[in-house]
Design a protein around this ligand. Structure first.
Ligand code: MG
Length: 706
C-alpha cells in the first residue's frame, strides 16, 4: 500500500514536472524563428535584472572582475549559474535562458509531497499542475525569466513541507530539513527572512496557545532561530548540525530552554528585526520626493512613482495573477478555508498567503507567494467534491474536467503572453562592438534601465542599473540625456569621477564603521566643492567654463532608439528644483507612429495635426507655427541624412519625421536641443564634446571628449 502510494507520488511528480516544463516551451516555440531575439544562436533572456546575475556568473567563470564594477560575484544566483555552466554541456546563453524553466518547475515536488502527508495525492497533482503555471508564477519564471524568482517559491514550499511533516511526524530529520531549507533559502534570497520569520512567529503562537509542553516544537523553533540568525552561513550551518545531533539525544533535553534563549538573544543581537522593517517601508510607504536629511537637504524624484510593481493594482488583476481567474480565486479561498478546517497544519501556509495578499497594496510582484497556497485550496475542493461521486469513472471525469477548467485561463494567458527579450540582436551587436573598443574600467552612461545589459554585453562600468536608481543617482543620468550637449558632457565627466571618488572614500573608511548611506549625493558634493550653497547655482555654472576633475578613464554614451519611448519619464528626474523639490513645467514631447496623411494635413492622432502647406501645427485647440520641420532618412549605406526646414525660428515647437522608423516627434525647443535628441535622432553632435563611435539605427554610441 505504502509502496504503491510512493510510486504514485513519483509518477505524479514526473507528470507535473514535465507539464510545467512543456508549458514553458510554448514561448520558445512561438519565437523559434525570430532571430532578433537570439544571440550566439540562443534566445536572450527577457528580464532586465537577469543580466545582473549573468554578469556575476560571467565574471566568476572568467576568474576576475574590476574593483567597483558592481558585479555580483558573491551572489547565490551567479554562483549557481556558474556551476551549471561548468558541469552541464550547454553554452552560457543556454543555461541562463533555461534555468528558470527547469528550476521553477521543481515547485511541483514539495506540493505533491505535502499532499502525501494528508493522504490525498490527487490534491497535490492538481495543485502542482495549477501552481506551476498559474499566471503570475508563470510570468516570473517563464523561459528566459532568469531571476531569483525561479527558486523563490520552490524553497518556501519545501520549507512548508518540512514544517508540516515536523508537526505531523515529530521526527528529528524534519528539524534538520527545516533548518537546511532556511539556510539555502537565505543564501539564495536574503530577503527570504521575512517569510521564515513569520512562519517562526506562527509556530511560536501555536505553542503558546495550544501546546506549551511540546518539547519537539521548542526544538523546531530553536533550530529555526539558529538558522535565521544574521551571521555567516559558516557559523549557522555547523550550529544547526550540532543542534540536530543534540536534539536526537534525549539527555540534552534539559538544556533546551538555554539553547532556545541563547538562540533568541543571538538572533536579536545579530540584527534580526531590521530587514523586515526596511523592506516594508520601501514598498508600502511611498513618498513623492525623497529628502536628504542632512547637508544641503536636496530633494530628488524617486523611482518608486514610476515603477508599476510598487503601484496599487485592481482587484481583478490581483485575482487573475494568483489563480488565473476571479472565480477560481474565490473558489480557491473557500477551498483553502475548508482545507485548513480539516487539516490545521495548512494554517502554516498563512505567511505565504499573507505575503501574496500584500500584493494588493504593496505591488504586483508578491502575488506569486499566494499561488501555491490557493492552488492547494481549489485542488482540495475539487477532490473533496469528487469524493461524493460514487461512480469511479464519473469521479475521475469530474476531476479531469475541473482541473482543465482551472488550467484553461492560465494557458490562454501564457499563449498570449508574448514578452520580447530585453534587447534585440541589433542592439546587442552594438554592445558587443563597444566591448572591443572600451576598456573594462570605462564608464558607459545611459538610462538605468539599460545598466545591467550594458555591463553584461560590453563589460564596462555604469552609473545606474536595476539595483542602483535612486533619485540622487538618476538625477545626473537624466540631466546628461535631457539637457544640452555642453552641460551634459560636463555632468558626465563630473558624475563618473565623483562616483569613483565615493567608492574610494568608502574603501578608505571601511574599518571605521562608516555608514556609506551618509555620503552626500554626487550632486551635493559637486555643489559644495565648487563653492555653492544652492545646487541650482552650481548647475547653472556648468554653462560656464568650469574646471573639471581629472580624467581617469573614458566615458561613452549609449543611446538606443527605444529610449525615445521613455524620454518623458527620464526627464522627470532632472526637471525639478533640487533645493525645494518643486517640479518645473514639463517639456513638450509628443510621438506618433500611427498617422494619416490627407493631402496637406498629417493627422498624428490625439488632436495633433500638421498643416504642411501653412507650416503650422494644431495641438488640441491651439494652432502655432512650426519652428523646424525635420526629416531624417538612412541611405542604403546606413548613413543618416537630416533635412531641416526652418519655418519660424521664434516658435517653440519642432516636428521631426523619422522616416525609417515611421515615427513623428513633436518637441519643444528644450527637448529638441537635448543631448539624446541631438545625438541619437539628428546625429548633430558638438565636436568639442563628443565623437561618434558606433552609429546604427538601433543604438548609437558616442565617446566623451572631455
Ligand atoms: Mg566588469
Amino acid at each position: 500500500m505504502v509502496e504503491n502510494e510512493n510510486k504514485k507520488v513519483i509518477l505524479y511528480i514526473f507528470i507535473a514536472y514535465i507539464f510545467s516544463i512543456a508549458v514553458r516551451f510554448i514561448w520558445v516555440y512561438q519565437f523559434k524563428d525570430v532571430s532578433m531575439f537570439k544571440f550566439n544562436g540562443q534566445f536572450m533572456i527577457n528580464t532586465n535584472d537577469g543580466y545582473f546575475w549573468a554578469e556575476g556568473a560571467r565574471d566568476i567563470l572568467a576568474g576576475f572582475h574590476q574593483l567597483h564594477d558592481l558585479s555580483p560575484v558573491d551572489s547565490a544566483a551567479s554562483k549557481l549559474t556558474a556551476l551549471f555552466v561548468k558541469i552541464l554541456p550547454f553554452s552560457f546563453e543556454t543555461v541562463i535562458f533555461y534555468m528558470s524553466t527547469f528550476l521553477s518547475s521543481l515547485v511541483v515536488i514539495p506540493i505533491i509531497l505535502i499532499s502525501q502527508s494528508i493522504k490525498k495525492v490527487e490534491v497535490g497533482l492538481i495543485a502542482a499542475l495549477l501552481a506551476s503555471i498559474a499566471w503570475s508564477y508563470y510570468n516570473r519564471t517563464m523561459s528566459g525569466y532568469y531571476d531569483t524568482d525561479m527558486l523563490n517559491i520552490v524553497l518556501p514550499v519545501f520549507l512548508l513541507w518540512s514544517i508540516i511533516l515536523a508537526f505531523k511526524t515529530k521526527e528529528e530529520k524534519y528539524l534538520l530539513f527545516t533548518a537546511l531549507d532556511i539556510l539555502v533559502y537565505r543564501w539564495w534570497y536574503p530577503q527570504s527572512y521575512a517569510l521564515d520569520f513569520s512562519m517562526f512567529g506562527l509556530i511560536l503562537l501555536y505553542i503558546l496557545v495550544f501546546d506549551r509542553k511540546n518539547f519537539y516544537l521548542y526544538k523546531l523553533l530553536s533550530i529555526m532561530l539558529y538558522a535565521m540568525m544574521m551571521t555567516s552561513i559558516y557559523i549557522r550551518f555547523p550550529a544547526v548540525l550540532i543542534l540536530y545531533i543534540m536534539f536526537k539525544d534525549k539527555k540534552y533535553d534539559k538544556y533546551l530552554l538555554y539553547i532556545f534563549l541563547v538562540g533568541a538573544v543571538g538572533f536579536f543581537l545579530t540584527g534580526g528585526f531590521s530587514p523586515i522593517w526596511s523592506q516594508l517601508k520601501g514598498y508600502v510607504f511611498k513618498t513623492k520626493v525623497s529628502k536628504e536629511d542632512k547637508g544641503l537637504g536636496l530633494h530628488f524624484f524617486t523611482v518608486m512613482q514610476t515603477i508599476r510593481e510598487a503601484g496599487k493594482i485592481p482587484f481583478e488583476t490581483f485575482a487573475n495573477r494568483i489563480s488565473g481567474n476571479v472565480i477560481t480565486f474565490f473558489i480557491s479561498v473557500i477551498g483553502y478555508i475548508w482545507l485548513t478546517y480539516k487539516e490545521r497544519v495548512f494554517l502554516l501556509a498563512l505567511p505565504m498567503l499573507g505575503l501574496g495578499f500584500l500584493a494588493y497594496v504593496g505591488g504586483l510582484r508578491f502575488t506569486i507567494y499566494a499561488v501555491p497556497v490557493l492552488a492547494f485550496g481549489i485542488a482540495y475542493l475539487i477532490v473533496q467534491i469528487a469524493d461524493y461521486i460514487k461512480d469511479i469513472k464519473l469521479r475521475y471525469t469530474f476531476m479531469v474536467i475541473a482541473t482543465l477548467a482551472i488550467l484553461y485561463p492560465n494557458i490562454i494567458h501564457i499563449v498570449r503572453y508574448k514578452v520580447p527579450t530585453v534587447f534585440n540582436s541589433s542592439e546587442v551587436a552594438v554592445l558587443e562592438k563597444l566591448k572591443k573598443i572600451a576598456s573594462r574600467e570605462d564608464y558607459v552612461v545611459s538610462w538605468w534601465d539599460y545598466g545591467y545589459p550594458i555591463r553584461y554585453y560590453a563589460d564596462v562600468k555604469t552609473l545606474g542599473d536595476g539595483g542602483k536608481h535612486s533619485g540622487a543617482v538618476n538625477f545626473p543620468l537624466s540631466f546628461i540625456l535631457t539637457k544640452p550637449q555642453d552641460v551634459a558632457a560636463k555632468m558626465a565627466r563630473l558624475d563618473v569621477e565623483y562616483t569613483e571618488k565615493d567608492f574610494k572614500i568608502i574603501d578608505e573608511n571601511k574599518s571605521k564603521l562608516f555608514d556609506k548611506k551618509r555620503l552626500p549625493s554626487t550632486i551635493e558634493q559637486m555643489t559644495v566643492d565648487y563653492g555653492y550653497k544652492d545646487s541650482n547655482d552650481f548647475l547653472s555654472s556648468l554653462k560656464t567654463d568650469i574646471k573639471l576633475p581629472k580624467k581617469t578613464r573614458n566615458i561613452y554614451l549609449y543611446l538606443p532608439f527605444r529610449m525615445i519611448n521613455i524620454f518623458p519619464t527620464i526627464e522627470l528626474f532632472s526637471n525639478l528644483d533640487l533645493m525645494s523639490g518643486d517640479r518645473f513645467r514639463q517639456h513638450f514631447i509628443f510621438q506618433s507612429s500611427r498617422f494619416v496623411q490627407n493631402k496637406s494635413i498629417i493627422d498624428l492622432g490625439s488632436g495633433v495635426k500638421i498643416l504642411t502647406k501653412e507650416g503650422k501645427i494644431i495641438v488640441g485647440d491651439k494652432m502655432v507655427n512650426i519652428n523646424r520641420f525635420v526629416e531624417t532618412i538612412y541611405d542604403k549605406q546606413g548613413r543618416l541624412h537630416v533635412k531641416v526646414d526652418r519655418i519660424d525660428p521664434s516658435s517653440s515647437l519642432n516636428v521631426i519625421y523619422m522616416k525609417n522608423y515611421r515615427r513623428f516627434l513633436v518637441v519643444d525647443n528644450a527637448v529638441y536641443n537635448s543631448t539624446y535628441m541631438q545625438l541619437f535622432v539628428l546625429q548633430n553632435y558638438n565636436k568639442k564634446y563628443f565623437q561618434p563611435v558606433i552609429l546604427t539605427p538601433w543604438a548609437k554610441v558616442y565617446k566623451l571628449k572631455i
